[in-house]
Design a protein around this ligand. Structure first.
Ligand code: PEP
Ligand code: MN
Length: 343
């Protein structure tokens, strides 16, 4: 619930109310605004009903949070959040592009990819070390060796990194070697994993499950925030529909729909969203126009030889062209494109 305090409420009283919320076993939120101090209490609805803060002399109004998700909701936090991957901001007007191969395949390949990303103006580097593949016989990633390569290339290029964490037992390693945790579509509702990541500080790039509703995605994000990690970036990456012409159907509607209901940044993955490299640029531009806060794009120095997702990976030149168009588009959209500081 949201608790609006009367103007001029003393700091001491604010603290007393926050302590009372905690003592009842609820999560207290302090949301100081320009004119009013607003507090939040999140938790079991039966306990919320017993708080009776409407009777407190310094409370002006008590309102329920109507959405099923609470901490991710704009009802609780009206202004856009900014989440940083390393030093790269995403959200609230900052538009950042994360790019790189689907999987970390080799040191040399990753170095080439990082050069292509940085020289075109990409702000962060992606690459999976743990690959959750549809088939157990497909390339599963280099594991720890892949994480080490990613860290080395990050240090050389100055680009912060995002990589997928598939299992709770890998969290520590990913946390040590990368700047952000990616939770893949197949793991979006792995609640154990989400809770564990909620206890960490590094950002979580949460991809929408291929059969998940927008509400499912927001509830999954709520798991992370409710454990204390507010650094969540939502990612629309396409859903399964009856349409088989493309790998997935990218849900453009989800972008403004989520942005109106949640303060969290929303980025789009036009690579998995389409499965076809020739569709990546138009869908990336459409996503930016629809209000996305950034993109995550697969590129490869030699897509034909890629060990996974080559068909949807851009050639470096194509990525350069796309970045040029985004650069022209951003001022029109009132957004700032974040480009890397040369290493
Ligand atoms: C990926 O980013 O390479 C990936 C596996 O994505 P998703 O979880 O969206 O399928
Ligand atoms: Mn991929």
């Amino acid at each position: 619930m949201i608790i609006v305090l009367k103007p001029g409420t003393e700091d001491e009283t604010v603290q007393e109310i926050l302590d009372h919320i905690s003592e009842c076993g609820l999560k207290p939120l302090h949301l100081p605004g320009k004119e009013r101090v607003v507090l939040g209490a999140i938790g079991d609805e039966r306990v919320l009903g017993q708080l009776h803060l409407e009777n407190h002399p310094d409370v002006e109004e008590v309102k329920p949070v109507l959405a099923p998700y609470k901490m991710v909701s704009r009802e609780v936090r009206p202004s856009d959040s900014i989440v940083k991957i390393g030093d790269v901001p995403i959200g609230n007007g900052y538009f950042s592009v994360i790019a790189g191969p689907c999987a970390v395949e080799s040191l040399e390949g990753m170095q080439q990819a990082a050069r292509a990303v940085a020289s075109a103006g990409g702000a962060a580097l992606r690459g999976g070390a743990f690959k959750p593949r549809t088939s157990p016989y497909s390339f599963q990633g280099l594991g720890l060796e892949g994480l080490k390569i990613l860290q080395q290339v990050s240090a050389e290029s100055g680009l912060p990194t995002v990589t997928e964490v598939v299992d709770v037992s890998d969290i520590e390693a990913v946390e040590e070697y990368a700047d952000a945790f990616q939770v893949g579509a197949r793991n979006m509702q792995n609640f154990r994993l989400l809770r564990e990541l909620g206890a960490r500080k590094k950002p979580v790039l949460l991809k929408r499950g291929m059969a998940a509703t927008v509400e499912d995605l927001l509830m999954a994000a709520e798991y992370v925030l409710s454990e204390g990690n507010e650094n969540v970036i939502l990612c629309e990456r396409g859903i399964r529909t009856f349409e088989t012409a493309t790998r997935n159907t990218l849900d453009l509607n989800a972008i403004p729909f989520i942005k109106q209901r949640s303060h969290l940044p929303v980025i789009v993955d036009p690579s998995h969203g389409t499965g076809l490299r020739e569709l990546v640029e138009p869908i990336a531009l459409a996503a930016a126009a629809a209000g996305a806060d950034g993109l995550i794009i697969e590129i490869h120095p030699d897509p034909v030889a890629a060990m996974s997702d080559g068909r949807q990976s851009l050639y470096p030149e194509q990525f350069g062209k796309l970045m040029g168009k985004l650069e022209m588009l951003m001022p029109v959209l009132g957004r700032k494109l974040i480009t890397p500081v040369p290493a």
